[in-house]
Design a protein around this ligand. Sequence first.
Ligand SMILES: [Zn+2]
Length: 271
Amino acid sequence: MIIDTHCHLASSQFDQSRRETYVQHALQANTDRMITLGARPDDWEMNIAWARQFPGVVFCALGIHPDDAHEAPEGWTDRLFQIAQDIPLAAIGETGLDYFHVPPPGWEQENFRRLQQNMLEQHFDLAARLGLNIVLHTRDRKGSASFEDALAIARNYAGRVRPVFHCFIGNAAQATRIFDELDGMVSFTGVATFKNASAVAETASWCPENHIMLETDSPYLSPEPLRGRMNEPAHLIHTARFIAAARGMNLEDLAHVTTRNAETFYNLGKV
Ligand SMILES: [Zn+2]
Protein backbone atom coordinates (compact mmCIF):
# COMPACT_ATOMS: atom_id res chain seq x y z
CA MET A 1 0.00 0.00 0.00
CA ILE A 2 1.20 3.49 -0.88
CA ILE A 3 0.26 6.99 0.21
CA ASP A 4 -0.58 9.75 -2.22
CA THR A 5 1.03 12.57 -0.26
CA HIS A 6 -0.19 15.41 -2.46
CA CYS A 7 -3.46 15.75 -4.33
CA HIS A 8 -6.10 18.44 -4.72
CA LEU A 9 -9.37 16.63 -4.12
CA ALA A 10 -11.29 19.89 -3.75
CA SER A 11 -10.44 20.80 -7.33
CA SER A 12 -13.48 21.37 -9.52
CA GLN A 13 -12.04 18.73 -11.84
CA PHE A 14 -13.05 16.09 -9.28
CA ASP A 15 -16.77 15.39 -9.49
CA GLN A 16 -17.64 15.98 -5.83
CA SER A 17 -20.69 13.71 -6.08
CA ARG A 18 -18.33 10.78 -6.82
CA ARG A 19 -15.96 11.03 -3.86
CA GLU A 20 -16.56 7.39 -2.88
CA THR A 21 -15.61 6.30 -6.39
CA TYR A 22 -12.24 8.07 -6.34
CA VAL A 23 -11.43 6.55 -2.97
CA GLN A 24 -12.47 3.10 -4.18
CA HIS A 25 -10.32 3.47 -7.31
CA ALA A 26 -7.38 4.43 -5.15
CA LEU A 27 -7.85 1.47 -2.79
CA GLN A 28 -8.09 -0.91 -5.75
CA ALA A 29 -4.80 0.49 -7.03
CA ASN A 30 -2.91 0.02 -3.73
CA THR A 31 -3.25 3.63 -2.56
CA ASP A 32 -4.86 3.39 0.84
CA ARG A 33 -4.27 6.91 2.11
CA MET A 34 -4.11 10.36 0.54
CA ILE A 35 -3.37 13.88 1.63
CA THR A 36 -5.43 16.60 0.01
CA LEU A 37 -3.90 20.06 -0.14
CA GLY A 38 -5.82 23.28 0.21
CA ALA A 39 -4.21 26.08 -1.74
CA ARG A 40 -6.61 28.99 -1.19
CA PRO A 41 -8.83 29.94 1.75
CA ASP A 42 -11.94 29.33 -0.34
CA ASP A 43 -11.03 25.66 -0.89
CA TRP A 44 -10.07 24.92 2.73
CA GLU A 45 -13.59 23.91 3.79
CA MET A 46 -13.96 21.39 1.01
CA ASN A 47 -10.60 19.82 1.80
CA ILE A 48 -11.66 19.54 5.43
CA ALA A 49 -14.93 17.95 4.30
CA TRP A 50 -13.00 15.26 2.45
CA ALA A 51 -10.92 14.48 5.54
CA ARG A 52 -14.05 14.33 7.71
CA GLN A 53 -15.83 12.04 5.24
CA PHE A 54 -12.94 9.54 5.05
CA PRO A 55 -11.25 9.52 8.46
CA GLY A 56 -7.96 7.64 8.47
CA VAL A 57 -7.95 7.58 4.66
CA VAL A 58 -8.00 11.21 3.57
CA PHE A 59 -5.96 13.77 5.50
CA CYS A 60 -5.69 17.45 4.75
CA ALA A 61 -3.05 20.16 4.74
CA LEU A 62 -3.96 23.80 4.23
CA GLY A 63 -2.16 26.86 2.99
CA ILE A 64 -2.13 29.58 0.35
CA HIS A 65 -0.47 29.05 -3.00
CA PRO A 66 2.09 31.73 -3.90
CA ASP A 67 0.16 32.58 -7.09
CA ASP A 68 -2.66 33.75 -4.83
CA ALA A 69 -0.50 35.69 -2.37
CA HIS A 70 -2.15 39.00 -3.32
CA GLU A 71 -5.57 37.57 -2.47
CA ALA A 72 -4.68 36.29 1.00
CA PRO A 73 -7.43 37.66 3.22
CA GLU A 74 -6.69 39.70 6.31
CA GLY A 75 -6.27 37.45 9.34
CA TRP A 76 -5.73 34.23 7.40
CA THR A 77 -3.04 32.99 9.80
CA ASP A 78 -5.40 33.34 12.78
CA ARG A 79 -8.11 31.53 10.89
CA LEU A 80 -5.79 28.68 9.96
CA PHE A 81 -4.53 28.46 13.54
CA GLN A 82 -8.14 28.13 14.72
CA ILE A 83 -8.95 25.49 12.12
CA ALA A 84 -5.95 23.47 13.30
CA GLN A 85 -7.49 23.37 16.80
CA ASP A 86 -10.66 21.76 15.38
CA ILE A 87 -9.22 19.35 12.85
CA PRO A 88 -5.73 17.88 13.00
CA LEU A 89 -3.81 19.04 9.94
CA ALA A 90 -1.19 16.84 8.30
CA ALA A 91 0.95 19.88 7.42
CA ILE A 92 0.88 23.54 6.48
CA GLY A 93 0.70 24.08 2.71
CA GLU A 94 0.56 24.12 -0.17
CA THR A 95 2.59 27.29 -0.21
CA GLY A 96 5.95 28.38 -1.58
CA LEU A 97 7.39 30.72 -4.19
CA ASP A 98 6.31 30.87 -7.82
CA TYR A 99 8.48 33.02 -10.07
CA PHE A 100 7.21 31.26 -13.19
CA HIS A 101 3.90 33.02 -13.66
CA VAL A 102 3.74 36.70 -14.51
CA PRO A 103 2.68 38.83 -11.52
CA PRO A 104 -1.01 39.71 -11.29
CA PRO A 105 -2.21 43.03 -12.73
CA GLY A 106 -0.96 45.99 -10.74
CA TRP A 107 2.05 44.13 -9.30
CA GLU A 108 5.71 44.63 -10.18
CA GLN A 109 7.77 41.46 -10.27
CA GLU A 110 9.96 42.46 -7.35
CA ASN A 111 7.04 43.52 -5.16
CA PHE A 112 5.11 40.38 -5.86
CA ARG A 113 8.10 38.20 -5.07
CA ARG A 114 8.55 40.04 -1.79
CA LEU A 115 4.89 39.52 -0.97
CA GLN A 116 5.25 35.79 -1.64
CA GLN A 117 8.37 35.63 0.55
CA ASN A 118 6.60 37.38 3.42
CA MET A 119 3.65 35.06 3.10
CA LEU A 120 5.98 32.05 3.04
CA GLU A 121 7.57 33.23 6.31
CA GLN A 122 4.09 33.54 7.83
CA HIS A 123 3.38 29.94 6.79
CA PHE A 124 6.64 28.82 8.43
CA ASP A 125 5.80 30.76 11.62
CA LEU A 126 2.41 29.10 11.74
CA ALA A 127 3.87 25.66 11.12
CA ALA A 128 6.38 26.23 13.94
CA ARG A 129 3.60 27.32 16.32
CA LEU A 130 1.53 24.28 15.42
CA GLY A 131 4.42 21.80 15.40
CA LEU A 132 3.73 20.89 11.77
CA ASN A 133 5.89 20.47 8.70
CA ILE A 134 5.41 22.44 5.48
CA VAL A 135 4.69 21.67 1.82
CA LEU A 136 6.56 23.85 -0.64
CA HIS A 137 6.06 24.61 -4.29
CA THR A 138 8.91 26.40 -6.08
CA ARG A 139 8.95 27.22 -9.75
CA ASP A 140 11.10 29.38 -12.01
CA ARG A 141 10.91 30.35 -15.65
CA LYS A 142 14.68 30.03 -15.82
CA GLY A 143 17.39 29.70 -13.22
CA SER A 144 16.60 28.68 -9.66
CA ALA A 145 15.85 31.90 -7.75
CA SER A 146 12.61 30.59 -6.23
CA PHE A 147 14.40 27.49 -5.00
CA GLU A 148 17.28 29.53 -3.53
CA ASP A 149 14.93 32.00 -1.85
CA ALA A 150 12.73 29.25 -0.39
CA LEU A 151 15.80 27.41 0.86
CA ALA A 152 17.07 30.58 2.56
CA ILE A 153 13.75 31.07 4.36
CA ALA A 154 13.51 27.40 5.29
CA ARG A 155 17.00 27.53 6.78
CA ASN A 156 15.73 29.96 9.44
CA TYR A 157 13.37 27.24 10.64
CA ALA A 158 15.74 24.27 10.32
CA GLY A 159 15.33 21.89 13.24
CA ARG A 160 11.79 23.18 13.90
CA VAL A 161 9.90 22.83 10.62
CA ARG A 162 10.84 20.31 7.97
CA PRO A 163 9.95 21.17 4.36
CA VAL A 164 8.99 18.90 1.50
CA PHE A 165 9.79 20.25 -1.93
CA HIS A 166 6.81 18.82 -3.73
CA CYS A 167 6.81 17.82 -7.41
CA PHE A 168 10.57 17.88 -7.19
CA ILE A 169 12.24 18.43 -10.54
CA GLY A 170 15.55 19.90 -9.33
CA ASN A 171 19.03 18.53 -9.78
CA ALA A 172 21.25 16.41 -7.57
CA ALA A 173 23.01 19.38 -5.96
CA GLN A 174 19.69 20.95 -4.98
CA ALA A 175 18.33 17.70 -3.59
CA THR A 176 21.48 17.25 -1.53
CA ARG A 177 21.10 20.71 -0.01
CA ILE A 178 17.48 19.97 0.94
CA PHE A 179 18.61 16.82 2.73
CA ASP A 180 21.79 18.16 4.34
CA GLU A 181 20.81 21.72 5.27
CA LEU A 182 17.15 21.22 6.16
CA ASP A 183 16.61 17.52 6.82
CA GLY A 184 13.96 18.10 4.17
CA MET A 185 12.15 15.77 1.82
CA VAL A 186 11.44 15.62 -1.87
CA SER A 187 8.35 14.09 -3.41
CA PHE A 188 7.96 12.87 -6.94
CA THR A 189 4.97 13.11 -9.25
CA GLY A 190 4.16 11.54 -12.59
CA VAL A 191 6.68 13.93 -14.14
CA ALA A 192 9.30 11.31 -13.20
CA THR A 193 7.67 8.99 -15.77
CA PHE A 194 7.67 11.52 -18.61
CA LYS A 195 9.96 10.65 -21.48
CA ASN A 196 11.19 14.25 -21.75
CA ALA A 197 12.05 14.48 -18.03
CA SER A 198 14.77 11.86 -17.65
CA ALA A 199 16.68 14.12 -15.23
CA VAL A 200 13.82 13.75 -12.73
CA ALA A 201 13.90 9.97 -13.03
CA GLU A 202 17.64 10.14 -12.57
CA THR A 203 17.24 12.12 -9.33
CA ALA A 204 14.54 9.73 -8.14
CA SER A 205 16.88 6.84 -8.81
CA TRP A 206 19.53 7.81 -6.24
CA CYS A 207 17.87 9.94 -3.52
CA PRO A 208 18.44 8.43 -0.08
CA GLU A 209 15.42 6.32 0.67
CA ASN A 210 14.54 8.11 3.92
CA HIS A 211 14.04 11.39 2.03
CA ILE A 212 11.57 10.48 -0.71
CA MET A 213 7.80 10.44 -0.93
CA LEU A 214 5.31 9.83 -3.74
CA GLU A 215 2.44 12.00 -4.92
CA THR A 216 0.07 12.47 -7.82
CA ASP A 217 -0.54 16.25 -7.61
CA SER A 218 -3.88 15.19 -9.09
CA PRO A 219 -5.91 16.35 -10.94
CA TYR A 220 -2.71 17.48 -12.68
CA LEU A 221 0.32 15.61 -14.05
CA SER A 222 -1.07 12.16 -14.78
CA PRO A 223 1.84 9.70 -15.10
CA GLU A 224 2.67 7.61 -18.14
CA PRO A 225 0.90 5.68 -19.60
CA LEU A 226 -2.04 7.91 -18.65
CA ARG A 227 -0.35 11.20 -19.43
CA GLY A 228 -2.81 13.79 -20.73
CA ARG A 229 -5.79 12.28 -18.88
CA MET A 230 -7.18 13.76 -15.70
CA ASN A 231 -5.10 12.46 -12.82
CA GLU A 232 -6.48 10.91 -9.62
CA PRO A 233 -4.90 9.19 -6.61
CA ALA A 234 -5.42 5.74 -8.20
CA HIS A 235 -2.80 6.63 -10.80
CA LEU A 236 -0.03 6.83 -8.19
CA ILE A 237 0.79 3.18 -8.70
CA HIS A 238 2.27 3.95 -12.15
CA THR A 239 4.70 6.48 -10.69
CA ALA A 240 5.56 4.09 -7.85
CA ARG A 241 6.32 1.24 -10.27
CA PHE A 242 8.43 3.49 -12.45
CA ILE A 243 10.51 4.86 -9.57
CA ALA A 244 10.94 1.42 -8.02
CA ALA A 245 12.32 0.18 -11.35
CA ALA A 246 14.59 3.23 -11.69
CA ARG A 247 16.00 2.51 -8.23
CA GLY A 248 16.32 -1.20 -8.82
CA MET A 249 13.99 -1.86 -5.87
CA ASN A 250 10.91 -3.98 -5.82
CA LEU A 251 7.61 -2.17 -5.50
CA GLU A 252 6.91 -3.53 -2.02
CA ASP A 253 10.15 -2.12 -0.66
CA LEU A 254 9.58 1.29 -2.23
CA ALA A 255 6.01 1.28 -0.90
CA HIS A 256 7.30 0.39 2.55
CA VAL A 257 9.93 3.13 2.81
CA THR A 258 7.84 5.89 1.24
CA THR A 259 4.87 5.02 3.45
CA ARG A 260 7.05 5.13 6.55
CA ASN A 261 8.48 8.49 5.42
CA ALA A 262 5.01 9.95 4.82
CA GLU A 263 3.70 8.67 8.17
CA THR A 264 6.58 10.37 9.94
CA PHE A 265 6.65 13.60 7.96
CA TYR A 266 2.88 14.12 8.08
CA ASN A 267 2.50 12.66 11.55
CA LEU A 268 -0.25 10.36 10.25
CA GLY A 269 -0.29 8.22 13.33
CA LYS A 270 -1.63 11.14 15.35
CA VAL A 271 -3.71 12.97 12.75
ZN1 LIG B 1 -0.15 20.91 -5.61
